[in-house]
Design a protein around this ligand. Structure first.
Ligand SMILES: *Cc1c(COP(=O)(O)O)cnc(C)c1O
Length: 396
């Protein structure tokens, strides 16, 4: 854990991605920090050991490598961020953030569109510890006020929603939550701190699955929690007590990924929008679920609060037999079929939110596919999708 460094002139986010957390003179002038593989820290004298007098105490408690990334992320998040915790996965970031705010007897509100394992954590671990969860319709926004109980401690939001891309009015939700004395946690993996400034919008704890765009190369599991001044002490305590720490090589790869996040996201955004618009014109497609499209019901909120969109969105196909959807997917050669996203490569999965949503009814009107648009050439991707649709139509 480290506090962000103070900076007088506010640099633009693209610049902060490059400059954040850099201290080359501390590493003999080299641009990047070394990867410290470390457990024990040796003290020069008995006096120093007894007094714990050392810049670093123990591998689990931080190294120059972890500090460099914490500082870079804190600078990216902006002045509302007081500190960052680095975790071994996105789900560990979610569970640690939640555990840092709840106690037995508390009640929490969680968006029905949250990442499914977030729900599983609430329904298993938190339930067992005596914390009650109520799921809410992500479109309720300020109307969630009616769901608060005297013991409601936190509201967990995610925008856009996992798989289904509903937009939430985060400032409106945060205002209600804060009036009721509750903490706002957000899974901000889709937009990243670059395209959604969580702390400016009223979020208290902002979570990233660093596995996705921060890593950016499908080669690490990683998570981060950024906290404001009010929530940082409890986050630090929980993080420390749980014995959590991320591996040095993964931290390094996350820091390396962060440096190119700006250019990668710009390309993901641009290609995904082009392909989303292409899907809108396809006769096989009922609807495209992408908040940056003018046709999307969440577009106005996205436009007001977000400064960009990433490469992940879904489509609803017109009703088609399962074999036709499978034929579509099996024909694609540039879209891997796999979970996760945020790497350089394009992906597709077939999904069904009806299996687990509880506060809302998921009835999109046809089979649903989620796409991650990678860094390939857009023409190559649409040609691949065109072949997929030909196979779909041939087996319909
Ligand atoms: C993948 C993902 C996570 C979990 O991250 P892991 O690193 O896989 O644990 C959390 N939230 C969202 C929105 C995700 O897509």
């Amino acid at each position: 854990m480290a506090k962000k460094t103070d900076r007088q002139t506010p640099l633009k986010p693209a610049t902060r991605l490059v400059t954040g957390g850099r201290d080359s003179q501390a590493y003999h002038g080299f641009v990047n920090p070394p990867v410290f593989h470390a457990s024990t820290v040796l003290y020069p004298t008995a006096e120093d050991q007894v007094a714990h007098r050392s810049r670093y105490q123990y591998g689990r408690r931080g190294t120059p490598t972890s500090e460099a990334l914490e500082n870079a992320l804190a600078e990216l998040e902006g002045p509302g961020c007081a500190g960052v915790a680095l975790l071994p996965s996105g789900l560990a970031a979610i569970s640690t953030a939640l555990l840092s705010v709840v106690s037995a007897g508390d009640h929490i509100l969680v968006s029905d569109s949250a990442y499914r394992p977030t729900r599983t954590f609430c329904d298993s671990v938190l339930k067992r510890l005596g914390v009650e969860t109520t799921y809410f319709d992500p479109l309720l926004n300020a109307k969630i006020a009616g769901l608060f109980k005297p013991n409601t401690r936190a509201v967990f939001v995610e925008a856009p929603g996992s798989q289904s891309f509903e937009m939430q009015d985060i400032p409106a939700i945060a205002q209600v939550a804060h009036e009721k004395g509750a903490i706002v946690l957000m899974d901000n993996t889709w937009a990243t701190p670059l395209y959604f400034n969580a702390f400016d919008k009223g979020v208290d704890l902002s979570i990233q699955a660093g596995t996705k765009y921060i890593g950016g190369h499908s080669d690490i599991m990683f998570g981060t929690v950024s906290a404001n001044a009010a929530t940082l002490p409890a986050l630090k305590t929980t993080f420390g007590n749980m014995g959590l720490c991320a591996g040095p090589d993964d931290i390094y790869l996350a820091l390396r990924g962060l440096r190119t996040l700006g250019v990668r996201l710009a390309r993901h955004q641009d290609s995904a929008l082009q392909i989303a618009r292409w899907f809108e014109k396809r006769p096989e497609v009922l609807r495209v679920l992408h908040p940056a499209l003018e046709s999307d019901p969440g577009h106005a909120i996205w436009k007001r609060d977000f400064s960009g969109a990433s490469g992940l969105f879904s489509i609803v196909l017109k009703p088609a037999p399962e074999r036709a959807v499978y034929a579509f997917m099996n024909t694609l050669s540039l879209f891997g079929m796999g979970f996760s996203w945020g790497g350089f490569e394009s992906l597709v999965i077939l999904f069904d939110c009806a299996e687990y949503r509880s506060a809302t009814k998921w009835a999109p009107g046809g089979p649903t596919l989620r796409f991650h648009i990678g860094l390939e050439d857009v023409g190559d991707l649409t040609a691949d999708l065109e072949a997929g649709f030909a196979a779909l139509n041939a087996s319909a």
